[in-house]
Write a protein that binds this ligand. Sequence first.
Ligand code: SF4
Ligand code: SF4
Length: 194
Amino acid sequence: MPSQELIRDYHLLPALAEEKKAENELFRQFLKSIPSHRTDEVFLPLAEHITARIDCTNCGNCCRHLEPGISEEEAGKLASLKSLSKEIFIRDFTGREPETGVLFLNHQPCIFFDGTLCTIYENRPASCADFPHLTTGNFKFRYRSIMHLYSICPIVFNTVEQLKVALGFTIHRADEPPENNKPAGHPPTAPTGR
Ligand code: SF4
Ligand code: SF4
């Protein structure tokens, strides 16, 4: 298990993501040589380990930037929390994906967000409760969607950064041979603590 210092301040992420753009593309290429199940054997415990060490109540950055999907039933529940009819709530506070018809909350920050906290935490939609959606694994094939959150969510950022180390990914510099980015033979399978 790598022992890197965690980045907890979401303000730092956009600049770091920009700085690591080329590196992350190399990492995506690097992952092609590692079986998906092997990547997840490392990724899933790391994600759990880091989730337990980042306090979302000091962050809330997802609620500032994302538009969580909601079910029709959840729309009714959220409407009643706003003392509105479901129709008015859907009209004023949601969008609908054209291809799938799925509803989503379309205000940024979220209308239920205050400071760094969700004001309806016990009643938040399932997609919020599951955020940042790391427990399903399948990291390799979800790489692009997970990396969409890399500059927003400290849990995602730190998990990806520690995954690089745990899998033996190192940055290839112009003055180094490309062999530096070959995968490690036996990446660790579980966190060992930080
Ligand atoms: S899930 Fe990520 S972005 Fe959302 S509050 Fe927690 S650390 Fe912040
Ligand atoms: S419902 Fe709550 S958890 Fe979901 S985006 Fe809004 S403030 Fe965040």
